[in-house]
Design a binder for this molecule. Structure first.
Ligand code: SF4
Length: 218
């Protein structure tokens, strides 16, 4: 992906959303991460850049996850650990965790990103912030990656995908829609609210990953 390095170098300088810039830069380190240098910038996507056929789309970086480590779905947050257990189970990651940028994790066939690139307070970006980040960054990624399958993790990720593609559809966990040859799968977000209550189980997410793999030829 020849565009990727230039994209990331521009992305990490973005300050278009004052509320999110203020929050990402002021997050207080958790006691167990007191010695870490928090990233505190827009969090770059990553993945199998030479062969990304499935785009996995989250909501936004976690305050003490991606906003600390500088890699999407990476750090101490339980959403990242749940996603990587599922990726490992599906054969898309060489390790069942994602904890730091030098943890040796390698994924295959997937590109991991989010519709909003900066950690929002309470994990809730507002509508203007979602539109701004989709228009500035996410739509461009979609065009450049050209995935065969997309997995929307949660309603807001799905909203961002719809905005980027200009489509209308209802979110339905476990369902999918087709658009211009791309199949867009929908899953509840792997947040503790969904995983601790059993609303989303590992086997559910693995099943969605496997459907995307089959569609994308992974
Ligand atoms: Fe820029 Fe997106 Fe961060 Fe807003 S959320 S400041 S558009 S990178």
């Amino acid at each position: 992906m020849s565009w990727y390095n230039d994209f990331v170098s521009r992305l990490i300088q973005c300050r278009a959303c004052p509320r999110l810039v203020s929050y990402r830069e002021s997050v207080k380190p958790l006691p167990r991460f007191m010695d870490d240098n928090y990233w505190r910038r827009p969090v770059p996507p990553w993945g199998d850049l030479g062969n990304a056929r499935i785009m996995i789309v989250g909501l936004a970086p976690a305050a003490h996850g991606g906003n600390r480590t500088g890699r999407m779905f990476t750090g101490g947050d339980s959403s990242a650990q749940f996603l990587f257990r599922a990726l490992y189970e599906a054969g898309l990651s060489n390790k069942p965790y994602s904890i730091s940028r030098d943890d040796g994790v390698a994924v295959r066939c997937v590109y991991i990103t989010s519709v909003v690139k900066c950690a929002p307070p309470d994990n809730r970006p507002n509508n203007e912030e979602i539109h701004t980040c989709v228009n500035n960054w996410f739509r461009y990624e979609l065009v450049r990656v050209m995935p065969r399958a997309i997995i929307a993790l949660g309603h807001i990720a799905f909203l961002g995908i719809k905005l980027a593609l200009g489509i209308r559809a209802e979110f339905r966990h476990g369902g999918y829609i087709d658009f211009n040859g791309v199949r867009i799968f929908m899953s509840y977000h792997p947040s503790p609210r969904n995983t601790n209550t059993g609303r989303l189980r590992i086997e559910d997410l693995v099943s969605i990953l496997r459907m995307a793999m089959e569609h994308a030829g992974c």
